[in-house]
Design a protein around this ligand. Structure first.
Ligand code: UDP
Length: 315
């Protein structure tokens, strides 16, 4: 029985809640912080009542006070879908900058290990393919996506500064597109939007010509990679994602097929600065973490479809 304690910011979100589950399964006590701006209590309600779980409704851009000892701080709080961060630009910038500063401050005070949830968005609309950790990216700081991308780039910089100047133990994961149960059907991302449209017989809205690519990772694989990174000694950023790449148009067809839907595809304007290609190079994670994704898209989408069906039934 471990007596370790982890603080998870954004613990009621899609990824944060799966992370809470994993840490509890590893016998780590979890203190989950969330202001419920984009997170949802439904994601963590199965954990209420467990001795190893505590939820505190808190905006982590303010001072974070945790009375107990803390061994790990995992900073996952942030709006993360393009629609959310376009709607909440200031909050997104604040949680990536002030929130990361507060979470680092907590880790420093408690002498805890800190893990930052960073993103493939630090690569922007990438000029190299697939993306490797030593690529510095192609980000438009003043475009609409800049609020998320630059906040996460700042978060990486301040994390490295705490590591170098305060000798804090830090880890940085760059998360690529991830999907699975607990994704909000209305979060605006391609995957839940396509499923929601297909299941309700609505037109599937592909942006641009649909030739842009993404690589989708099932949530259990991602969480496994993050846990391995947390327990490793690697200080520099590590990509975690599934390298299996698909165009958004082909993905829309796949969703129509798997849902047996009669929906048709319609084409809409491509959002500004939408990355044209995205695929993680995961050789670093393979080598240093002995990690690679296990769940195929076919398998992962089936599990996710069952979840989305229940969500639509409950609407
Ligand atoms: N997309 C789309 N239709 C939608 C939502 C998104 O074609 O209804 C496109 C979007 O323009 C992007 C890709 O799908 O090229 C993935 O977008 P998503 O919002 O899932 O996240 P991103 O990977 O851009 O952060």
């Amino acid at each position: 029985m471990s007596d370790k304690v982890a603080v998870v910011t954004g613990g009621a979100g899609f990824l944060g809640s799966h992370l809470c589950d994993r840490l509890i399964n590893e016998n780590i006590k979890v203190i989950c912080l969330d202001n419920l701006l984009t997170g949802r209590l439904e994601n963590i309600e199965h954990l209420f009542g467990l001795e190893n779980f505590q939820f505190v409704k808190l905006d982590v851009t303010n001072f974070i006070h945790v009375p107990s000892s803390v061994d790990y701080v995992l900073h996952f709080a942030s709006p993360a879908s393009p629609i959310d961060y376009l709607k909440l630009p200031i909050q997104t910038l604040k949680v990536g900058s002030l929130g990361t500063h507060k979470a680092l401050g907590l880790a420093k005070d408690k002498k805890a290990r800190f893990l930052l949830a960073s993103t493939s968005e630090v690569y922007g609309d990438p000029m190299i393919h697939p993306q490797k950790e030593d690529y510095w990216g192609n980000v438009n700081p003043v475009g609409p996506r800049g609020v998320y991308d630059e906040a996460k780039r700042f978060a990486e910089a301040i994390t490295m500064a705490y590591q170098r100047y305060h000798n804090l133990e830090t880890r940085i994961v760059r998360i690529f597109n991830t999907y699975g149960p607990r994704m909000r059907l209305d979060d605006g991302r391609a995957l839940p939007t396509f499923f929601s449209q297909a299941l309700q017989g609505q037109d599937i809205t592909v942006y641009g010509n649909g030739k842009q690519t993404r690589s989708f990772c099932f949530v259990s694989d991602l969480i496994d990679g993050i846990y391995k990174l947390l327990m490793s000694g690697e200080v520099l950023p590590v990509n975690i994602g599934n390298p299996e790449e698909i165009t958004i148009e082909d993905f829309a067809k796949e969703v129509i097929q798997i849902t047996n839907s009669k929906s048709r595809i319609i084409y809409k304007d491509l959002p500004i600065d939408d990355p044209q290609i995205r695929q993680p190079d995961i050789s670093k994670a393979k080598t240093i973490l002995n990690w690679s994704p296990k769940v195929s898209r076919e398998e992962g989408l089936k599990i996710t479809l069952d979840y989305f069906k229940t969500m639509i039934f409950l609407q």
